[in-house]
Design a protein around this ligand. Structure first.
Ligand code: DHB
Length: 324
């Protein structure tokens, strides 16, 4: 979110503007996969990302769920962290000033178990500078109160959006769960109540086990499933939402490379988030931002407006020629 979105050496601008926030590039970190953005300064210069989306912040500190909380699968990751976080007071006193110091644009992800609690955390954040906007987690699969019980109830998602919209002029994005039949209806509720964007998608519910012992791999038995395995499913959800609403989409789901990110942008996402890939390489987001710039240069695109939603739905000529 710096002033020099257009670099002197390149006619390409990777900048994306939503509401009054101009992101230098479309690459954000996905909540819960990059801590508070301060954990690996030796591996990544966070000021080179479009923005850091924080771990979900709640009213009170949360220890999270008992271990085992993470398991690796063939092409993804299963987790049940339970929204472990330092709570809004410590976040605002310690984490936010440090993030500002390192020059990252900051989107605060908020989790809560009631509308009042969402409002409380947002209002505390409103007292502080250095926050570009909010992403509202209505879709955590791993907590008893709130979480998916909000995210799978369209009128609850609408209520939360409306109450938060009244309380902030900052960018407001609602993070949707894919664990519903018609995600487009949820996006419409967010749009109708004044959200600036929808983040699409949170994790799918998944499960894995050890066959010899017949025991689950994580203590909560089921958890949130993420990583490259979900990319085609996430893309289809973004496509469904793109057809349902006009507000910008933040595309999320299994993005590991610039090519993956480009797919989401071409299908219609304005920004993207990198999540599980950061567990393998914390600098993946910066590499993806560079890869997007290279692609735009190769394709003679001067602005991201030429890229976003540029899907050509006609079939690849080589497949037509093959006569299948
Ligand atoms: C958690 C929260 C999420 O929103 C998610 O998709 C997966 C895990 C958690 O903190 O448990």
């Amino acid at each position: 979110m710096t002033q020099h979105a257009m670099s002197e050496s390149s006619p390409v601008s990777t900048a994306v503007t939503i509401r009054d926030v101009t992101f230098d590039n479309p690459v954000l970190t996905a909540s819960g996969t990059f801590g508070y953005g301060l954990e690996c300064p030796e591996f990544v210069d966070v000021s080179k990302l479009g923005a850091v989306v924080t771990k979900s912040i709640s009213r009170k500190p949360r220890p999270g769920n008992p271990p085992q909380r993470i398991a690796e699968t063939a092409a993804g990751m299963l987790n049940s962290i339970g929204l472990a976080n330092v709570g809004v007071d410590v976040f605002l006193d310690e984490k936010l000033p440090a993030l500002r110091e390192v020059g990252a644009a900051v989107i605060v992800n908020i989790a809560a178990s009631s509308v009042e609690e969402y409002c409380y955390v947002l209002e505390r954040c409103e007292e502080h500078d250095g926050i570009a906007g909010y992403e509202i987690n209505v879709s955590c699969p791993n907590v008893k109160d709130g979480g998916l019980s909000f995210g799978t109830n369209c009128s609850a998602v609408g209520d939360i959006t409306r109450e938060l919209r009244k309380r902030t002029d900052r960018l407001l994005a609602i993070k949707l769960t894919p664990n519903v039949t018609s995600i487009g209806e949820f996006a419409k509720a967010c749009e109708a109540e004044g959200a600036d964007a929808v983040s699409c998608i949170n994790t799918f519910i998944g499960m894995d086990l050890f066959v010899e012992s017949r025991r689950p791999k994580i203590a909560s038995i089921t958890g949130g499933f993420s990583g490259p395995a979900i990319l085609p499913m996430a893309l289809a959800k973004v496509w469904e939402v793109r057809k349902a609403v006009d507000i910008p989409i933040i595309g999320i789901g299994g993005i590991c490379t610039a090519e993956d990110a480009l797919k989401f942008l071409i299908v219609g996402a304005s920004l993207i988030q990198v999540g599980t890939a950061l567990f393998v390489d914390p600098s993946a987001g910066v590499a993806i931002a560079e890869g997007i710039r290279n692609y735009m240069e190769r394709h003679g695109m001067a602005t991201t407006g030429e890229l976003i939603g540029s899907l050509d739905t006609s079939l690849q000529p080589s497949l037509v020629a093959a006569g299948w």
